[in-house]
Design a binder for this molecule. Sequence first.
Ligand code: FVH
Length: 296
Amino acid sequence: MGEKTVETSFKAPVVLLGLGAMGTALARAWLAAGHPLTVWNRTAARAEPLAAEGAAVAATVAEAVAAGRLVVVCLLDDDSVEQALDGVELAGKDLVNLVTSTPGRARARAAWAEARGARYLDGGIMAVPPMIGAPAAGAYVFYSGSGELFEEYREVLAVPAGARYVGADAGYAALHDVALLSGMYGMFAGIAHAFALVRGEAVRPGDLAPLLGSWLTAMAGSVERTAEQLESGDYMGGVVSNLAMQVAGKETLLRTAEEQGVSVELLTPYFRLMEHRLALGSGAEDLTGVVDLLRR
Ligand code: FVH
């Protein structure tokens, strides 16, 4: 007689507070991976589809938190987290905050949670909801805070998206998250300006898009050179397009905007910093000196 094998792998229970676009995507990923899931959402109706998919639905935050040790929070912002958890018993819990936060608020929340007997991990999600639970999409979450908590739940946390631990300082996940998001908004500003320039001309946005996309991808390589220069302190190492040449070229960009009837409000703040750096005698350098001008 053949022996039967029984699947015994334990799946840690997860409590999830918040079923917005991101929370719902996280919930589906944990359910699909077989984790027992308890959910709570301020607007109860948003939990109904997940109940049909196997989630237990709690009527209150306290009831949800009581249902498991690992409590993941994915609400709108810092204030909503503080409101939702106010007065809830957290002793013995492992609290993971995935709300986009500032480093300072994340550190304060870590101290607050630890004073209530909970271990705390802060997270910054580098993904949009359709990337969650889709390993090929390359989504990941920065985590910082309790290293013990991270190691204990590393596999559970890695179900919806890759998990990257960036240190015991609870503010570091938010710091990394906001650094990347800030870079992204600078890029979005450039994209908006580029499309505005060709708007109204016989240039289809759809024709410009692949040209702009591949140009930005090629230029993104400058992050490595900037990092090397910041680490060495030598802003002249490997310079291919020096600051003096780029400041001279700025007039062409500003005049083109004027000819095309496009505001220069997205370009001028950066150009002002380049000119300031040039005035300090740094014309032979790369653009890296702008980083130092931003520090207050
Ligand atoms: N969605 C995205 O593209 C980004 C990707 C990167 C990470 N962010 C951050 O993730 C957090 C949650 O974002 P979300 O997309 O789930 O946001 P919403 O769909 O707007 O859902 C918000 C949930 O928060 C609940 N909520 C709002 N205020 C309160 C409150 N005062 N008390 C309790 N819950 C509150 C809301 O509940 P309801 O409106 O359904 O009742 C939703 O569950 C966020 O930090 C992003 O920055 C997402």
